[in-house]
Design a protein around this ligand. Sequence first.
Ligand code: PLP
Length: 471
Amino acid sequence: MKYISTRGDATPRGFSEILLEGLAPDGGLYLPTHYPQVDDATLTRWRGLPYADLAFEILALYIDDIPVGDLRELARKTYTAEVFGTHEIVPLKALEPGLALEALSNGPTLAFKDMAMQLLGNLFEYELARRGQELNILGATSGDTGSAAEHAMRGKKGVRVFMLSPHGRMSPFQQAQMFSLQDENIHNIAIEGVFDDCQDIVKAVSNDLEFKRHWRIGTVNSINWARLLAQVVYYFAGYIQATKSNDEVVSFTVPSGNFGNICAGHVARMMGLPIEQLVCATNENDVLDEFFRTGTYRVRKGAETHETSSPSMDISKASNFERFIFDLLGRNADRTRQLFKDEIDAHGSFTLSDEEFRRIAEFGFVSGRSTHADRVATIRDTFERSGVVIDTHTADGVKVAREHLKPGTPMIVLETALPVKFAATIVEALGREPERPAAHVGIEALPKRFVVLPVDVARVKALIELECAVD
Ligand SMILES: *Cc1c(COP(=O)(O)O)cnc(C)c1O
């Protein structure tokens, strides 16, 4: 399998070449040259597999430059009951007939990002050892991504993580999840500023190409193809659990921000998984809902981006969206570049032609949006009906899923985080604290390991140089 860019760079690259990369050199996103088709006999065979082996089968369709035995080992080492809490790894929980949650949030940081990030940690360690290289991952986080990355990369050989977060602005629980890690290769840097300051520092460091090359700076953001690929697996696992035979169809609802999670559902559907609808749920930051309703994709400005009670969906633009549009446009890279580069640079938005817009239905996408009041009502209603406490992001999903239920088609809502991470809204909805998994009791009291730095690119660079020189 080779990978190409959505903006026309057709240099064929292997999986291992793009594993440690972000954007393609022409500014596009990497996609495989084609989607391998999963036939009826294969899907039937997959029904009997443990999650790790299902993951291996799917990964092997897209990765041909890691020996098969090694790849199987990497999958088995990643998806264990010990790390993800159950043997099913992603069990379905029925809410009511025809509506279920798929539990993706029982990994180390209690959000679905662990599903992909844990695999990425093992893949990075493997590939860096094979090349005899090191990598310094530099990132900015306001919570979920940073902690998933740190928990995936802790103790991994050849990898250091430098994670910037806004000093004093994360919840005590989120802070504890990151700052309590005592691993030598994890560096928490609390910046005396806001999240945007952290992101600006990361950009400034990455734009210094000389520094970036010399200190081997990399990222683990959501446009990484390996992360997306790892997420394809749980669409298959969800389908297999919800059905008995391959002539049944299901729909998925996905609480969405950067369009990484639901894009993995799109890939699964393109591979032939019988998915009827992919329901894209947004919060008040409804860039994507607006697009699926109108055909206009309008990037929001900073001031237009709402801070909501489902904060991991607070986005101004959806960084993986270009992948879907490329497929929607029949993989026309010129048109994709025109929309995402020329139109967005000039107007901050683009609008599909009528004919392009009509094609969306063939891809199964529909959408909806949810507000804070909807979240609170949905958390309460779901608890009253089913006795299940859901988090705020999952609540956006359940709210929108209910608007797209169809008799005879099971609806699976992806549970993207556990309620304990967003306790304030749970208290608002239910009048009590959410349950906390045993491993997370009292984490706020653990010793913390972090440094505080001002909003100063040079100080961050100096810290990276110092840490690399020490090792
Ligand atoms: C990251 C995240 C999302 C959004 O996922 P995307 O892949 O960015 O669309 C939704 N819910 C939670 C809890 C998240 O952490």
